[in-house]
Design a protein around this ligand. Structure first.
Ligand SMILES: [Zn+2]
Ligand SMILES: [Zn+2]
Length: 310
């Protein structure tokens, strides 16, 4: 088993090419043998980098199709994408079927070497057969000289003697994929050994939801900020940003960020809609709580307990 190239380079399997390249350059500098570094570590870095470079060069863009064929020889599985991956597109390592290889467990014979067996009826367990009328004996072709015959089909390969290998390929998923679409990866000599269809599932997320062509992002705002205004940190599609909250923010207020939302298959981009939801903590520091009681009393005095101030 080769070491995981991402682990060797200390990057996430989701890392883009630029990040991988930088991680490699940073690490390789420290352990170059000319500078007294560890040659083994140096070679491991080189190998990990080479493997990833090849994979990234061979990365393939999947086709998005609405349905899979009803019949035919193909591999069907599923893929779970986050809302962010759906909105911006993604690069993903995907496990796909490789060529058939002999089953290691049964040595390719298709029978379980730990299963039931019986005495060979040709040679009666001797493993050798006398030639008709002769004195020579030759190896029994039925049991191959074992004298016994295995009876149980191999549990690993289900008696086929071959197992389909697995490999990982890097695929580029275009933005705008929807739940229930299929990603299609045609078979190719350096790709999957079978046509691959992956049904798309979009991960449920409390924070985001799609609304037509736009993406809505729920933003909790602490009630004191909703009352007095301030700034909140919001995780947008391309990273966190500070957003200015006006004084007296009404619950459910929305802020539309034009063309900062999900990309669509035709290249257009939808909006990102921030939906502010006023948030109350479960617990308060004692001092804040007593001030809050005080505040409550004052306000009740002003407005005579009315729910609205007008
Ligand atoms: Zn035999
Ligand atoms: Zn087997």
């Amino acid at each position: 088993m080769k070491p995981d190239p991402f682990e060797v380079l200390g990057v996430s399997p989701r890392a883009g090419w630029e990040e991988i390249r930088r991680a490699y350059l940073r690490r390789v500098k420290d352990c170059h043998p000319d500078r007294g570094g560890d040659p083994e570590r140096y070679l491991a870095l080189q190998e990990a980098y080479e493997r990833l470079r090849e994979a990234y060069q061979a990365r393939r863009r999947v086709q998005v199709v609405r349905e899979r064929p009803g019949r035919g020889d193909y591999f069907l599985s599923f893929i779970e994408l986050s809302i962010r991956e759906v909105a911006l597109g993604a690069e993903r390592w995907v496990k796909v079927p490789d060529e058939l290889v002999p089953c290691e467990y049964c040595g390719g014979g298709g029978l379980d070497p730990r299963g039931k067996k019986k005495v060979c009826e040709w040679c009666r367990g001797e493993g050798l057969l006398a030639e008709s009328g002769g004195v020579y004996r030759h190896i029994c072709p039925r049991c191959r000289g074992e004298g016994e015959i295995w009876l149980t089909p191999c549990p690993r390969c289900r008696g086929k003697g071959q197992i389909r290998g697995e490999k990982e390929v890097l695929v580029t998923i275009p933005p705008g994929v929807r739940e229930g679409d299929f990603l299609f990866l045609p078979r190719s000599p350096d790709g999957p050994a079978l046509d691959v269809f992956l049904e798309v599932f979009v991960q449920k997320d409390d924070r985001w939801f799609l609304e037509g062509e736009d993406l809505v992002c729920r933003v909790p705002v602490p009630f004191w900020k909703a009352a007095l205004g301030g700034r909140v940190r919001v995780e947008l599609l391309e990273g966190a940003e500070e957003i200015e909250i006006p004084r007296g923010l009404p619950s459910g207020a929305r802020l539309v960020l034009n063309q900062r939302g999900p990309f669509h298959p035709d290249g257009r981009r939808g909006n990102l809609v921030l939906q502010f939801e006023i948030w109350f903590p479960d617990e308060y520091p004692p001092q804040a709580l007593s001030l809050l009681h005080e505040f409550y009393k004052i306000m009740e005095g002003c407005h005579g307990g009315a729910t609205r101030s007008q």
